[in-house]
Design a protein around this ligand. Structure first.
Ligand code: HPA
Length: 243
């Protein structure tokens, strides 16, 4: 069973009337209800990460409840969408990147189930499931031969503010090619619950300090809205391939 976690750009594919009540779990309440849909063909569950009205900021999302509820509903494959700032100069606004690595800069988020479950260490060398990444790569129809889009190190920052120019310089020195606020601890919680996980990232702006002007958030929003069909098509093909 697959689930798609919808970030800022794709939340609107769920109509208001489709949302039910958020789900109570032992770890608290999910961001939104789990919406069952066949818009991609096979039945999948959709979860709006930032809530049905989009008002839950990345640092306030109850990632533990979200992932727990998905597991509880029998989900074993999770596709996540997220908007990002591009750090690599090879990335253009509007590009879709399937990241293969993560550096976690977040703090103070409830990031593990251990403490509630018996503690154990687990391997996280490859934070995304390669099989799901391959399916997402096969499902893309844009610049598909371009290797820059089929991998990338995602730096996860705390938000809600965007980064300073100096922070982006540091992220770049660390090897980050894109920056966002949401894939951690989502990816590691998926691993703790033994669900496969991969992400589709939409570049909506150049990261702070990489262009002469400040980040135009209104324009980033426009890019997100105008990329909905492209993302939806990619996810639809991925779901078909998974079934
Ligand atoms: N930084 C962090 N998160 C983001 C950005 C960014 O520049 N753009 C979209 N999400």
């Amino acid at each position: 069973m697959q689930a798609i976690i919808l970030g800022t750009s794709l939340r609107s594919i769920i109509a208001d009337g489709q949302f039910g009540e958020s789900i109570d779990t032992p770890l608290g309440t999910t961001s939104s209800s789990l919406v069952e849909t066949d818009i991609f063909g096979p039945r999948v569950l959709l979860l709006a990460r930032h809530g049905k009205d989009g008002g839950t900021y990345a640092h306030k999302v109850n990632y533990r409840a979200n992932m727990w509820a998905l597991k509880d509903c029998g989900v074993n494959e999770v596709l996540a969408t997220a908007t990002v700032g591009g750090i690599s100069l090879q990335l253009n606004v509007g590009d879709i990147v399937i990241p293969d690595q993560i550096i976690d800069y977040t703090f103070g988020r409830d990031h593990t189930y251990y403490g509630d479950l018996p503690i154990k260490h687990y391997d996280f060398t490859y934070p995304f499931t390669e099989r799901l990444r391959e399916i997402l790569i096969q499902s893309r129809q844009d610049r598909e031969t371009s290797e820059v889009l089929n991998r990338g190190t995602y730096g996860c920052t705390q938000g809600p503010r965007l980064e300073t120019g100096a922070e982006v310089t540091r992220l770049k020195q660390d090897g980050c090619e894109l920056v966002g606020m949401t894939l951690m601890p989502e990816a590691s919680l998926a691993r703790e619950l033994e669900m496969e996980y991969a992400a589709v990232c939409l570049v909506v702006n150049a990261a702070a300090g990489l262009t002469p002007s400040e980040i135009d958030l209104k324009y980033a929003h426009t890019v997100a809205s105008s990329s909905i069909e492209k993302l939806r098509g990619l996810l639809g093909r991925a779901v078909q391939l998974l079934n």
